[in-house]
Design a protein around this ligand. Sequence first.
Ligand SMILES: Cc1cc2nc3c(=O)[nH]c(=O)nc-3n(C[C@H](O)[C@H](O)[C@H](O)COP(=O)(O)OP(=O)(O)OC[C@H]3O[C@@H](n4cnc5c(N)ncnc54)[C@H](O)[C@@H]3O)c2cc1C
Length: 372
Amino acid sequence: MKLSGMRVAVIGGGIGGMTVATAFAQRGAQVEVFEQAAALEEVGAGLQISANGQRVLAALGMSARARAQVSPGTQMRDGHSGRKVAFIPQPSAGATWYMHRADLLDLLVAAATEAGASITLDRVVTPGSVDADLVIAADGTQSLWRSVVDGPVSPAFTGQVAWRALVPVDGAPLPDQPATLSMGSRAHVVSYPLRGGSLMNLVAVEERSGWMEEGWRQEGDIAEFRDRFADFRGPEREWIQRAQQVHLWALHLRPVARQWVQGHTALLGDAAHPTLPFMAQGACLALEDAWVLAEAIEAAHDVTLGLEAYQAARRARAEQVVALAKGNAWRFHLPRPWSWGAQMVLALGAGALAKRLDWVYEYDATGVIRRV
Ligand SMILES: Cc1cc2nc3c(=O)[nH]c(=O)nc-3n(C[C@H](O)[C@H](O)[C@H](O)COP(=O)(O)OP(=O)(O)OC[C@H]3O[C@@H](n4cnc5c(N)ncnc54)[C@H](O)[C@@H]3O)c2cc1C
């Protein structure tokens, strides 16, 4: 069906919402994005965009490469000694990019606006309060709309907390370099450079008992952060000690929604498939959803059939990636002596491990919907 003139309401102006707004507006739909925040701003943190996500950005005509650092792979280290354990090469589907979240959001907002989408800020949109031919709920992990489309869901605290920090680089910018993943006892740290090597992005995950606030913007105590990760050796040590500001985020689990569509409403991104960050795929899945949803509606005879095709094309893929991320939660945190065994297996099988993940990165959302 032709999308020109179709009234599409997008709830949420995050990465998923802005991507789907662009995909529909470029096909001629009249798109309005509603964002509850008073300004469009992403938190200061990094994002890995792998080849599967890059394909969608390219299909939308966006040249995001200029704002990214290109990853040569991932260096895995033993957190206690700093010793190199294994090198995971870049995927055969293509090198992953490291981007500042705000830079990706800027590019998406510019693309959506250029394609004619309008953006309304400071507006919380609740189910039933919007009139459109198609409503796309890209309202994140704590989605209000999910409870209407798929029923209520209770989050379960995983017992893990992620600290994140951006540390300015003194002196010459860092060159493109591998991400580092250091595995400690019940904790791990990931680091990679951003913005032309002027910043180092840190994500440090530790196990903790007790329930904590969910959300990205909770400021953490810098002394507590340095203290908690003080026994990490290797390159992160210096970055951890130099960090001046840190944020905390309690990791919660919610299952992938069974039902992604109802009537003329579709869930997209974290609203449909919240994931733990241990495969760095949440935003990439949202990019994939956005392209497939626009294609599925355009290729179908009506909205209902298009929405069914969208769910059929996307749910199994999201479930598989989310399950993989959940599995990594414990692999990175084994206490000694089990961690030695796991590291040995990694050292011997890093190439094979990388190959086993090829299906994640080779996925091409732009070829999923076939037109009749
Ligand atoms: C520490 C960490 C590291 C990560 N690293 C990576 C990575 O390297 N690679 C990767 O691909 N993914 C990564 N992710 C996951 C990724 O950030 C998310 O999956 C992605 O941002 C989801 O986008 P979204 O648009 O679905 O949701 P969100 O970004 O959460 O956007 C939802 C938006 O909806 C708005 N909203 C909510 N309710 C309403 C309402 N009722 N009305 C109006 N507006 C509303 C919110 O204000 C928000 O702006 C990471 C996540 C974390 C926490």
